[in-house]
Design a protein around this ligand. Structure first.
Ligand SMILES: [Zn+2]
Ligand SMILES: [Zn+2]
Length: 406
């Protein structure tokens, strides 16, 4: 259980009666038998497609608050990989046996990007359970009606019809929607050939009608030559809503298997508790309400955490910039000849930051949001004080949590 008797902790460590198991949040383990008395702690998890809010509370006090940022680069990375594999198969290379049906399915099948998010949630619960004796876990999941988000007056039979009813394909629908007219020059170029252009790349943006726009071929080619910028931005993506719809049951089932005493709650209950107790809207604050102890005394700081990619499996960088010399894509974790590694927590000029990479063997320092801490792009390894190593997750204790609104 957490303590504020820092003197006692120091004494225990000095006398060798306890040892440090984690530096962030600072956690020690006693090396002698103690009483097993502990309070009931409930863990609230505000599940999300980009952020996870976490709050562990007893009915009097909040013990741990954190906000985790999940990775969002999985779709992009996997599409790049499949792109490369496709081109490789078309090139004249040595015969490779066709590969298909060679993936083993385990458990509930979900897309890799969603699997990463589900695993992220489970990892977060596991971390908190390793720090505190959690007696119950409550997860807030949300369900989204995607058709209602698009059109809030939708009713009855319209749910079966959808916006594209009566059209052969998406292209035809988009052309009809835009009135068979270039949306940039509005027909001034007199080019009869019309193209459908992806506002966000097809690779990550997909073929949804709100990502497509009609352009005449003259404008389309000019756009891709970089001659002008389009004024329209893509329509609201329902990606997060779709992810949550798929994720919620998978997450609940897996959490139930892995931890005991897991239950669900819903967004409207959280919202109601939050407003009744005059708590501001934030991931951590939501998690506090989810944990069921909204009246608990809040911590004045919280941990901001980020999931990071650890490995690159590709052997070479995709586009070599030196006349076809294929440079290795696998950068070493080590920073030059120093004892520092990528993603280490370090101190520089009294600022706590992280090593995000290296240039010419010199560490590049960034804060938790990935913003450069230094004026120059890199600093000398000698100026940097090593704190501790990180694996996949970086954590920083940040700003005071805002207090109650009323
Ligand atoms: Zn045009
Ligand atoms: Zn285009």
């Amino acid at each position: 259980m957490p303590t504020e008797r820092h003197g006692k902790v120091r004494r225990l460590l000095r006398e060798g009666r306890a040892h440090v198991v984690r530096l962030q949040p600072f956690t020690i383990q006693l090396d002698y038998e103690s009483t097993t008395y502990k309070q009931e702690i409930s863990l609230g998890i505000d599940a999300g497609s980009k952020h996870i809010g976490v709050s562990a509370t007893t009915n009097k006090k909040e013990l741990f608050a954190a906000e985790f940022e999940l990775r969002t680069d999985i779709v992009e990375k996997l599409s790049s990989r499949s792109e490369l594999r496709k081109t490789r198969r078309k090139r004249k290379t040595r015969y490779r046996k066709k590969r298909f049906l060679n993936r083993r399915k385990t458990g509930i099948g979900v897309a890799p990007s969603i699997k990463n998010k589900v695993d992220g949630h489970l990892k977060v619960i596991r971390i908190v359970c390793s720090l505190l004796p959690i007696s119950k876990t409550i997860i807030e999941v949300a369900q989204f009606d995607q058709q209602k988000i698009r059109n809030d007056k939708i009713q009855g039979v319209e749910y079966q019809q959808g916006e594209q009813m009566g059209f052969w394909n998406v292209r035809e629908y988009v052309l009809a929607r835009d009135g068979h007219k270039c949306q940039h020059c509005k027909g001034k170029s007199k080019d009869p050939i019309l193209n459908v252009h992806h506002l966000e790349s097809r690779k990550t943006g997909g073929d949804a009608p709100n990502n497509l726009i009609t352009l005449c071929e003259t404008c389309h080619k000019a756009y891709h030559r970089g001659e002008f910028e389009l004024k329209v931005k893509r329509g609201a993506s329902l990606r997060d809503a779709a992810v949550m719809n798929v994720m919620r049951w998978v997450l609940y089932e897996k959490a139930k298997e892995a931890f005991n005493n897991v239950s669900l709650t819903y967004g409207y209950i959280t919202k109601c508790t939050r407003i009744e107790n005059g708590i501001e809207k934030a991931h951590c604050a939501d998690a506090l309400c989810i944990s069921g102890n909204a009246k608990a005394e809040r911590k004045d700081s919280y941990f901001k955490c980020r999931f990071l990619k650890r490995h690159t499996r590709s052997l070479h960088i995709i586009r070599p910039n030196k006349c076809g010399v294929r440079r290795s894509a696998v950068a070493s974790h080590w920073i030059g000849d120093s004892k520092l590694q990528r993603f280490d927590t370090v101190e520089w000029n009294g600022v706590n930051c992280f090593i995000f990479g290296s240039t010419n063997g010199r560490p590049v320092l960034r804060d938790i949001n990935g913003i450069l801490v230094t004026a120059k792009s890199s600093v000398s390894a000698k100026e940097v004080i090593y704190k501790h190593r990180n694996n996949k997750i970086i954590m920083q204790c940040v700003a005071k949590q805002p207090k109650r609104l009323v």
